[in-house]
Design a protein around this ligand. Structure first.
Ligand code: N01
Length: 540
């Protein structure tokens, strides 16, 4: 930090502190710089990239297509960058984000390897006082949380007795070592069959002597049908890039295909599912407009996928154990895989249903379930995250009257538009709980939030306003609206999903994302802005 930015006490004075240097933090910094603001990003990782820095497990790949899962804010960037595959791998995404950091010269304002530990709103100065684990003391008008919804700061490792005694090595998919891990010749366990488990399982099965998968809830998974992207495809795509981006920005989640499954003759419905299964990817869920709002419609798609699982897996008993039941397709985040179900046809793979044989303890040499012991050399936890709130609450954030955010959110997160919370002036959350976030293309939602927050900050600067604070009434109304919209869908029917915080023992069960679609959400945010940020109070 330059000396000119420090006051007499050694505190650095800034316009904004941004926490996190993933997709959200990098663009937020670029935006603030463009507005002439002095901003610093603090990032706990030793490189930029956020989720794409930490999740370096074998097979880590995004399930949104590369051409769409990328920034649209720079025409030059989107024209220049060349993606190599339909679904981008973690290394490619990390290269992309490093390129963005260099191309826009962002690095001078990013402090890597530095974790923000505390932030307190100083009511006399009307500024945030921010502290890091490396002793930084920073004072900023705005605190912008770009910590991500599924963050390394909030990984979930179940509290199995005996883990500390395990003599082999253990890993979490989101805290993977920087060096390659060699499982050759090893007996390996993977616990968890969500998106991370579904990606890592086929990779480890290929390398290990034996893989045992510990499954609690079988998941729906659609084949990715990943492929390389040729130049011709990209040239054509890029000719209409802006049209495509505009369409993505205004997407209504439930209007992917206006046809309704319930009104479509069964043979045509099957043909539609088959075509989408063959095409691969998350577009399967857009097959019909009623799949996420009508249980009977959903059953037709879910049954189709169940049929596919039975077709792929040779052992009918194993197939039955892998078939999801009890929640609608798409209500828990569906997985997109490469060779996932096929992996269970291998001789070196065993599936353990932990509902039938619960894990009792981890011993020095393996995992003991109610049915016996599994001797192991390595254990991989693909057990997910304290999603959407964990990384925010890992920071000791105190607002007006010293109120801790952790206390305010004790019964679940509350944020106006999912972006600001009453009692915490000038604090913004990029893709926070109550915004479309994880039920959308994250990059589209990040860009929308960053632009909206940037405009909000600029609005305040232009009028000489010191603070902006979400009104409690506006916040309460929004939280209610998020719930109402969710209740019109099948999402809350998956009562054990991380969308509800159900994977974390003791976490309040509140449906966190806004599922009304990024288009309608954008309109609401734009209207709030056009009405002088209705729902916010300002101090001059
Ligand atoms: O985590 P998860 P994830 N004993 O919470 C199981 C994104 N993502 O890291 O379902 C036994 O989905 C748990 O079981 P259950 C994406 O948004 C994207 O896989 O709670 N098992 C579940 O099977 C995704 O949704 C990509 O009953 C236990 C698994 O662990 C999100 O990240 C790739 C257990 C956790 O699944 C999270 O995915 C990867 C216990 N005590 C991630 N505790 C792509 O873009 C938990 N489990 C492709």
């Amino acid at each position: 930090m330059s000396e000119s930015e420090r006051d007499a006490s050694g505190t650095v004075e800034l316009d904004a502190v941004v926490v996190g240097a993933g997709f959200a933090g990098l663009y937020m910094l670029h935006k603030l710089r463009g507005q002439g603001r002095r901003a610093r990003v603090f990032e706990a990782g030793s490189e930029v990239g956020g989720t794409w820095f930490w999740n370096r497990y074998p097979g880590a790949r995004c399930d949104v297509e590369s051409m769409d899962y990328s920034y649209s804010f720079s025409e030059e960037l989107q024209q220049e960058w060349r993606w190599t595959e339909r679904f981008p791998s973690q290394p490619e995404l990390l290269r992309y984000l490093n390129h963005v950091a260099d191309r826009f010269d962002l690095r001078p304002d990013i402090r890597l390897g530095t974790r923000v530990t505390a932030a307190a709103f100083d009511e006399s100065a009307l500024r945030w006082q921010v502290r890091t684990d490396r002793g930084d003391q920073v004072s900023a008008q705005h605190l912008i949380l770009a910590v991500g919804c599924l963050s390394a700061a909030a990984i979930a490792v179940p509290d199995f007795p005996g883990l500390a005694t395990f003599g082999g090595r253990w890993y979490h998919t989101c805290d993977w070592p920087m060096d390659d891990v060699d499982f050759a010749g090893q007996r390996v366990a993977v616990i968890g069959t969500g998106s991370s488990g579904v990606q890592v399982i086929p990779e480890i099965a290929r390398d290990a002597a034996h893989l045992t998968v510990f499954q609690r809830t079988p998941n729906f998974s659609i084949p990715a049908r990943n492929r390389s992207l040729d130049d011709e495809y990209q040239r054509e795509f890029k000719k209409r890039y802006n049209e495509r981006r505009e369409m993505l920005r205004h997407l209504n989640f439930f209007l992917g295909n206006p046809r309704l499954a319930r009104q479509t003759p069964p043979d045509e419905r099957q043909a539609e599912y088959e075509a989408r299964w063959q095409a691969g990817g998350p577009a399967f869920l857009g097959a019909f407009g009623d799949l996420l709002v009508d249980q009977e419609a959903n059953d037709t798609a879910a049954d189709f996928v169940r049929g596919k699982i039975r077709e792929i897996i040779r052992d009918p008993e194993v197939a039955e154990r892998l078939i999801p039941h009890g929640f609608p397709l798409g209500a828990k985040r569906p997985c997109i895989d490469t060779d996932y179900f096929d992996t269970y046809n291998r001789d070196n793979v065993t599936l353990v249903d932990v509902n039938a044989a619960p894990i009792e303890e981890i011993t020095p040499t393996g995992i003991r379930t109610a049915a016996g012991i599994h001797e192991l050399d390595s254990i991989v936890f693909a057990t997910g995250f304290d999603a959407m709130t964990g990384a925010i609450l890992a920071i000791d954030i105190r607002g007006r009257d010293g109120v801790r955010l952790r206390d305010k959110w004790l019964a679940g997160p509350r944020a106006y538009l999912g972006a600001a919370t009453a009692g915490f002036p000038n604090m913004f959350i990029i893709t926070g709980p109550g915004s479309p976030s994880v039920i959308s293309n994250m990059v589209v939602s990040i860009e929308q939030h960053v632009d909206w927050i940037g405009d909000h900050v600029e609005y305040m600067r232009a009028r000489g306003l010191q603070t902006a604070e979400a009104d409690l009434a506006a916040e309460d109304k929004w939280v209610e609206q998020v719930q109402e919209v969710a209740d019109r869908t099948l999402f809350p029917k998956a009562t054990n999903s991380w969308y509800l915080g159900a994977n974390i023992p003791g976490k309040p069960r509140v449906f966190m994302p806004y599922v009304g679609g990024v288009g309608p959400y954008r309109e609401i945010c734009d209207e709030v802005a056009a009405n002088d940020y209705e729902g916010f109070s300002f101090t001059p």
